[in-house]
Write a new protein. Structure first.
Length: 667
């Protein structure tokens, strides 16, 4: 407190008159305007003297500001005009007062050592904090923000920081000024003020000269944690020489951030604003100096450095939070860095509390072509496609779930669809379980059925056709790799075939039934049981527009389909009778016993199926015309193969036409 009082009387500002004469105001404003319009080299002391020679002593000339909000002392320091600074200081002004851009701060930032010494001699305090708006427009939080001049541009966001003179010396990388300020001693700091270690600041802001000075002057700060980070975390994000000098001076390379427990590798890969080449050089230096033991260590979220690298590329891919310099990483840079980490011991399947690297790729990388290449590299190096992530999902579910609500198929180009299918095929090839489920019991089969149910209500036929072609291809890939079509689909739908039949309810036009037929055929070819029992025999009350009636819920998918289709007049009035395709499909592939039990049940439901309807006539024809021996033999062969015709048909010693006959379920 004594030093503050001493400084107050030392400056002599209390002796100045609070007002100024109009003549003084005119002279100072004219000089300020002249200094704003001309460069420093064009203003000589003799020219300045003409403005100030008639200004009397005792007037507070620093209270006079130009339209941009800056006074004569601030401009004099900015112009490095030592004579003018001496003239102003000799008139007893207060150098510690101002809304922003204190004189000592400007001098420390610009590195004018002689002016800094003058200001310190005249009572400038090193510990005062203020924002730096000079020489641009004032920050929106500054008291002088209303002082706007056309052409000054916009305020720098960084200028809102309240800092002391030492910090501004580091911002300007003025090591000589910093040494001069530190020589003033530590007695200016009040007991309750927290002093930030200056080495952290120098490394954070890339002040090379100050860093070299501080590692020698304040070596005790090299391994000191401040605000989560150690100096080496900040140095690793700068040019390589910052990291080199800290390592040479004994910096501990295995330190972690306080809360997130990120290693230096995490910080470099996730937060470093470096080119890909510079980042790789930094990684190599860290691994060579002791970070190799941390290459698989996770942070508090379970993310390893490999996860951090994948997330960083996703940010680079979208340019989120990054300027145009340095240039964005390309996928070849990313593949090179991933390969380097894998070669040096990074594990692609670390799954502590977080997700595996495979799931991280599927969540964050937008480029499907690159996503496929990255998945292939990780799987070839031991990635586990069945590791369960933080949300209970395996990588295959992470890949599929966005189809429901995030990646509409009509937004995916042909190339994206190809690489999407290839990615699913790749995961299955390396052992991904297609019968997996998420924590909410969502399975790949659910995803496909939900997606198909959404797209069957589309009016745009071209997009609908492309979407169902993609869904069918995806279903085939999963079935080829072991997807079980006979597991209980849900509590509501005992079997996947029944879930598909319920899509008939949402069908708008007869052609929509072709999509249901195609998916049903694929499932039956890969083992779905058309004879599966799917319901109970309890009677259910049904309401139509003209009557109330009872019908017994079906035990077979065929019955269920017919009970649905008879209520869809817009589908029954089709001249091509598209709705009969599914009836014929089940007629050809069901066992004799179950098929005729189904016919018998339907024949008793005359209220539901009028005798004169097309469906009633078709059912009578099927009952009176048994299947041929060839068709019955086909059913027997399929039963012998456990209904899995598509995976096993090529093993049969049969000619190609007969193999096609087994697959197509045509007459």
């Amino acid at each position: 407190m004594g030093s503050m009082i001493s400084s107050f009387f030392q400056t002599g500002g209390h002796l100045l008159s609070p007002g100024t004469s109009k003549a003084t105001q005119g002279a100072v404003l004219a000089l300020l305007q002249d200094m704003r319009e001309k460069e420093m080299s064009h203003i000589e002391w003799c020219h300045i003297e003409r403005y100030i020679s008639n200004i009397p002593k005792g007037e507070n000339i620093l209270s006079i500001q130009s339209e941009d909000g800056y006074n004569l002392l601030q401009r004099a320091i900015g112009f490095n005009c030592v004579e003018l600074v001496k003239w102003i200081l000799n008139r007893g002004c207060d150098v510690n007062r101002g809304a922003c851009s204190l004189p000592l701060h400007i001098a420390a930032f610009h590195g004018t050592e002689e002016i800094v010494e003058l200001l310190l001699k005249h009572g400038a305090r090193v510990d005062l904090e203020a924002r730096m708006c000079f020489p641009g427009p004032h920050n929106h939080n500054c008291e002088l923000r209303s002082c706007l001049v056309p052409g000054m541009g916009t305020a720098d966001r960084i200028s809102d920081r309240l800092q002391s003179a030492e910090y501004y010396a580091i911002d300007g990388d003025q090591s000589e000024i910093l040494e001069l300020l530190l020589a003033q001693g530590e007695d200016n700091w009040l007991p309750w003020q927290q002093k930030r270690p200056l080495l952290h600041l120098a490394c954070e802001r890339g002040a090379w000269n100050c860093t070299r000075f501080l590692v020698a002057e304040r070596s005790d700060e090299i391994n000191q944690c401040y605000d989560e980070y150690y100096p080496i975390h900040q140095a690793a994000m700068q040019d390589l020489r910052f990291l080199e000098i800290l390592l040479q001076c004994g910096a501990d390379v295995v330190v972690r951030t306080a809360t997130q427990q990120m290693s230096v590798l995490h910080v470099v890969l996730l937060s470093g604003r470096k080119s890909a080449e510079a980042t790789l050089q930094t990684i190599k230096m860290l691994l060579d100096h002791g970070c190799r033991e941390l290459i698989n260590e996770p942070d508090t979220l379970g993310n390893t450095p490999l996860h951090a690298l994948i997330v960083r590329y996703a940010l680079e891919e979208s340019r989120y939070g990054y300027n145009q310099e340095p240039k964005p990483w390309n996928k070849w840079d990313m593949l090179h860095m991933v390969r380097y980490l894998l070669q040096n011991g990074a594990s692609p399947s670390i799954n502590h509390q977080g997700n595996s690297a495979l799931a991280c790729v599927l969540r964050h990388i937008q480029d499907w072509e690159f996503r496929y290449e990255l998945l292939e590299m990780l799987l070839q190096n031991g990635g586990n496609p069945n590791s369960v992530g933080r949300d209970g999902s395996v990588p295959l579910m992470v890949c599929l779930v966005p189809l429901i609500n995030k990646d509409p198929l009509h937004y995916l180009t042909h190339t994206k669809k190809v690489f999407y299918l290839n990615s699913v095929r790749l995961l299955c090839k390396y052992g991904a379980n297609p019968n997996c489920s998420s924590r909410s019991n969502l399975t790949p089969m659910h995803v496909l059925v939900f997606t198909a149910s959404e797209y069957i209500i589309l009016n745009r036929e071209v997009e609908k056709n492309k979407a169902f072609a993609f869904i069918r291809q995806l279903l085939v890939i999963l079935l080829q790799h072991g997807l079980d079509p006979n597991v209980q689909f849900s509590q509501r739908y005992e079997h996947i075939l029944k879930a598909l039949m319920d899509m008939v309810t949402n069908a708008r036009v007869p052609n929509d039934l072709h999509y249901v037929y195609d998916l049903t055929l694929v499932l039956i070819q890969y083992g779905a049981d058309p004879n599966a029992s799917i319901g109970s025999s309890e009677a259910t009350i049904c309401h139509s527009q003209s009557s109330v009636f009872l019908y017994v819920q079906s035990n077979w998918v065929l019955c269920h389909y017919i009970q649905l289709i008879v209520r869809k007049e817009e589908l029954l009035n089709d001249e091509e009778q598209t709705f009969t395709k599914l009836i014929w499909l089940y007629y050809y592939c069901m066992n004799h016993k179950e098929l005729f039990k189904c016919f018998k049940m339907l024949s008793t439901q005359t209220t539901l199926i009028p005798m004169g309807s097309v469906i009633a006539g078709l059912l009578r024809y099927m009952r009176s015309h048994p299947r041929t021996l060839k068709q019955i033999s086909r059913v027997a062969i399929c039963n012998a193969m456990n209904n899995k015709v598509a995976p096993n048909v090529n093993k049969l010693p049969l000619p190609l036409p007969l193999k096609e006959y087994l697959l197509d379920w045509k007459p």
